[in-house]
Design a protein around this ligand. Structure first.
Ligand code: ATP
Ligand code: MG
Length: 373
């Protein structure tokens, strides 16, 4: 937390607290100077693998926007991570610009957060190399996201894909970040990052900071695809994912054909995943009264007495979704029309990110012992 020596709201008895406190000594010795205690560090990244979607927004970006005033935030476009699955790099530059534009359109302020591209910070690759010596093949092969990618793309099982969680750990630890706003699909990776930090610290001495996944509500979010088949994704199942760049007709079309069933068999029945997902979306973008009305309709329905009308629910959801997505889409499109401005933001971000990374990599090199002169 940021604080100044002149602050008057010390808890009472103030002198007891103050005596333990560095701020107090500073105040006594140099009353005219202000000191700032460093804010907690936050990091998050998104791969430039396509258009951003509601899962990215509610799993990651929304929290990120909310954190930018309170924390020292680093946000990056994970272009090295994209290369693990990208067959064609022609779209890489426009995808990087799109991620930046869509994030700013969602409320990220480049003046408040450090916005940069992963490949602009070579210190990350160096930390990744040291961490790779502490990551075991077996645990990497057991990672859920790796197994899923192998299942979907057996022709492209490369070492970068296998060591994805190691690179991600380096992304986070290079800035000594403690909080990582991510969706539920990343929970296992965060646990692995903590394991790598512990192993490093155990072998070389206390150096790296252990990060935690973070969401304001506590629970990490996962937005399923509209056919109930896996999660919404940039690179998979695109007709069942709602993108922040989708036009109004496309939003209506996708929601209209979202998977539903014949209705609940009994009052207060447990909802199947794909129905729960529609309610989740409604809760996120519609008003509380609308959400409550359809919840009540669902809970009061039973076999032969279907009060809930999924057609009406989807129509309402589509309308509210259009209201939600349209301003973001329009702002992002405007920003993408000014690539020079995006370039300036990324250059400034690069300098700040490298400055932070240099501090960590110096400590890491000293801890590992690769300092020879
Ligand atoms: P790709 O399919 O290329 O892996 P992606 O949609 O999974 O793309 P990422 O760039 O891997 O997106 O992830 C960016 C952030 O969005 C991460 O914090 C991730 O947890 C979050 N996220 C991605 N998909 C979802 C989802 N469906 N629900 C909630 N959070 C999600
Ligand atoms: Mg992903």
């Amino acid at each position: 937390m940021a604080g100044t020596a002149g602050s008057t709201n010390y808890p009472k008895p103030w002198y007891r607290k103050a005596l333990q406190c560095e701020v107090f000594f500073h105040y006594i010795c140099r009353p005219q100077t202000k000191i700032t205690v460093e804010k907690e560090r936050v990091l998050s990244g998104i791969r430039p693998t396509g258009q951003l979607h509601l899962g990215n927004y509610f799993g990651a970006m929304r929290n990120y926007v909310r954190m930018q005033d309170e924390f020292n935030c680093f946000f990056f476009v994970a272009d090295w991570h994209a290369l693990t699955t990208l067959a064609d790099n022609k779209e890489l530059q426009s995808s990087v610009h799109r991620v930046i534009a869509e994030n700013i359109a969602c409320g990220l302020d480049p003046e408040k957060v450090c916005l940069y591209v992963q490949s602009d910070v070579p210190e990350i690759a160096e930390l990744y190399l040291y961490l790779n010596m502490l990551a075991y093949k077996g645990e990497l092969e057991r990672t859920a996201t790796f197994k899923e990618k192998v299942r979907l793309h057996p022709e492209n099982v490369n070492a970068g894909l296998l060591t994805y969680p190691v690179l991600q750990a380096a992304d986070i630890m290079i800035h000594r970040a403690t909080k990582v706003p991510v969706g539920k699909d990343q929970e296992q990776h965060l646990e692995m990052a903590r394991n790598f930090a512990q192993r490093f610290n155990h072998r070389y001495g206390e150096t790296l900071v252990e990060p935690q996944a973070f969401n304001y509500g506590g629970e990490l979010v996962k937005i399923l695809s509209l056919d109930g088949n896996g999660k919404m994704s940039k690179s998979e199942n695109q007709m069942n994912t709602l993108y922040l760049a989708d036009d109004d007709d496309m939003i209506v079309k996708k929601i209209k054909k979202a998977k539903t069933d014949g209705g609940p068999a009994e009052p207060y029945a447990q909802k199947p995943d794909f129905i729960e997902n529609l309610f989740t979306l409604m809760q996120l973008v519609s008003g509380p009264d609308t959400y409550k009305k359809f919840q009540d309709d669902y809970n009061n329905s039973s076999a032969g007495n279907t009060i809930i009308r999924y057609g009406d629910m989807k129509k309402q959801l589509a309308e509210d979704m259009v209201q939600f997505i349209t301003p973001i889409r329009q702002k992002a499109a405007d920003l993408q029309n000014d690539p020079a401005a995006i370039g300036r933001i990324l250059k400034a971000g690069k300098d700040k990110a490298r400055e932070s990374a240099a501090v960590t990599i110096k400590m890491v090199r000293e801890a590992v012992g690769v300092t020879y002169y």
